[in-house]
Write a protein that binds this ligand. Structure first.
Ligand code: FES
Length: 205
């Protein structure tokens, strides 16, 4: 038995100290885990990311010739049409009926500045908004549709003020709209996988 005064730290229960050390390490690990969660969550693709402009993949393998799907990218409606071979052929020879047949005054990526206004002749990808005042044109894909007249080649009709567009989104003479339907940047990841928002020549748009 010593008469020396007890110093700080002496006589501490070592088993309790070990417990406290282990608990501190455990709490640190939990804290780190909670810190990581928001980062991991932010890596996942989400509807919010899509709204902000993340690329949009669309599988066209089930889209039959003559059919159309409507999608949304950057909060804008997009029409994707699989044209029939007859519809593609009909696009030739319409120039005299169109306001901007060569798409000189219209908005599209350079790689779609051709008669079909597309990367693949059979696949049309356009912003749906009418270039007059933004209504959504309706599909009238049947040639000589009774409502559109015997010389109708197939295309779109805007119900708001009567603008008419062919199946490349080119506006017809006599329409209040002055420009062709716009075309978003897009590319093909595979033969049937369309990617909207990734430019065919320049990477992500
Ligand atoms: S909004 Fe389409 S014709 Fe006016």
């Amino acid at each position: 038995m010593s008469d020396e005064p007890m110093k700080a730290g002496e006589g501490v229960d070592l088993s309790r100290r070990n417990f406290l050390t282990a608990a501190t390490v455990a709490m640190g690990a939990v804290g780190a885990a909670f810190t990581l969660v928001p980062f991991i969550a932010s890596w996942k693709p989400s509807e919010r990311a899509r709204a902000l402009g993340a690329p949009l993949e669309i599988d066209l393998s089930k889209l039959e010739p003559g059919q159309m799907v409507t999608q949304s990218w950057r909060k804008q409606p997009i029409y994707v049409v699989r044209r029939t071979p007859e519809a593609v052929a009909k696009l030739e020879g319409l120039d005299a009926s169109l306001k901007d047949p060569k798409s000189e005054a219209s908005t599209q990526p350079d790689y779609t500045k051709n008669v079909q206004r597309s990367l693949k002749p059979e696949v049309l990808v356009v912003y749906a908004a009418c270039t007059h005042l933004g209504c959504l044109p309706k599909q009238y894909f049947t040639q000589a549709d009774p409502e559109m007249g015997a010389d109708w080649p197939g295309g779109f009709f805007c119900p708001c003020h009567g603008s008419r567009f062919d199946l490349a989104g080119r506006v017809f003479n006599g329409s209040p709209a002055s420009a062709n339907l716009g075309i978003p940047p897009h590319s093909f990841k595979s033969d049937s996988m369309l990617v909207i928002g990734v430019d065919a020549t320049q990477g992500a748009a």
